[in-house]
Ligand binder design. Structure first.
Ligand code: GTP
Ligand code: MG
Length: 240
């Protein structure tokens, strides 16, 4: 039986909320409005995953599937420096792939899984997991097929998490909730419906606070108490 590894987010408050950090062997989902910090957390994890275990890292490589073209290698540099790591070495250990269709995204996953069988990876990022599905199945009447393909993709992600003992970090979009009602001030919910709700073990809701401040709330997680953590988004990545 593989034992879970917890990877620091860069913020002690957020780590405490998560029971020590982002876990291997399962899927952690972050959703929230634009600029809420989903991609910045991905960048930070790209670096912290490479830290040794005693520094709350995962001592492993990172695979990054980018569907929105928002990965910035130059943003990795100050984050690596903040953790006292060599930026070029850190960048060399991030296997990056840009996906253009949901099928491309799926095929990239298969390729990465083959790489994981040969080298020690500890994190797989998909930012965002759902964007291409929403583009490729945008017609009315295509929702059932979209959800079926999405389920297939998520089941592959779960298999990868378990087979290679990696943490899977996915980002998700928020959509208007038509059932929210007129008295609910912020009627937004994560996209992906029951399929995503079922696949993601730990669901985090991010929102903006004042300035660089962001708030993370546990939206759904079987083993974590409900609660919130406040963190900052900086050029050195996520921190307290
Ligand atoms: P969407 O993908 O648009 O839905 O947003 P997101 O949740 O992925 O937000 P992201 O993590 O990209 O941005 C979070 C915050 O980080 C924003 O307020 C940005 O202005 C800020 N940010 C982005 N790049 C940098 C940077 O290089 N330095 C600093 N200090 N902040 C940055
Ligand atoms: Mg983003």
């Amino acid at each position: 039986r593989k034992s879970v590894v917890r990877i620091t987010t860069g913020s002690q408050a957020l780590d405490e909320l998560l029971g020590g950090g982002i876990e291997t062997l399962c899927i952690t989902e972050a959703f929230g409005e634009f600029r809420s910090g989903k991609t910045q957390l991905a960048h930070t994890l790209c670096v912290s995953t490479q830290l040794p275990i005693h520094m709350h890292g995962g001592n492993g490589k990172v695979a990054y599937i980018d569907t929105e073209g928002t990965f910035r290698p130059e943003r990795i540099v100050p984050i690596a420096e903040r953790f006292g790591m060599d930026a070029n070495a850190v960048l060399d250990n991030i296997i990056y792939a840009r996906a253009y269709t949901y099928e491309h995204q799926y095929n990239l996953l298969l390729g990465l899984a083959a790489k994981m069988a040969e080298e020690p990876f500890r994190l797989l990022i998909v930012d965002s997991v759902i964007a291409l599905f929403r583009v490729d199945f945008s017609g009315r009447g295509e929702l059932a097929e979209r959800q079926q393909k999405l389920a297939q993709m998520l089941s592959r992600l779960t298999k990868i998490a378990e087979e290679f003992n990696v943490a899977v970090y996915i980002t998700n979009q928020v959509i208007a909730d038509p059932g929210g009602g007129m008295f609910i001030s912020d009627p937004k919910k994560p996209a992906g419906g029951h399929v995503l709700a079922h696949a993601a073990t730990i669901r985090l809701m991010l929102r903006k606070g004042k300035g660089e401040q962001r708030v993370c709330k546990i939206f759904d997680a079987p083993n974590l108490p409900e609660g919130e953590a406040v963190f900052q988004v900086t050029s050195g990545g996520i921190m307290d």
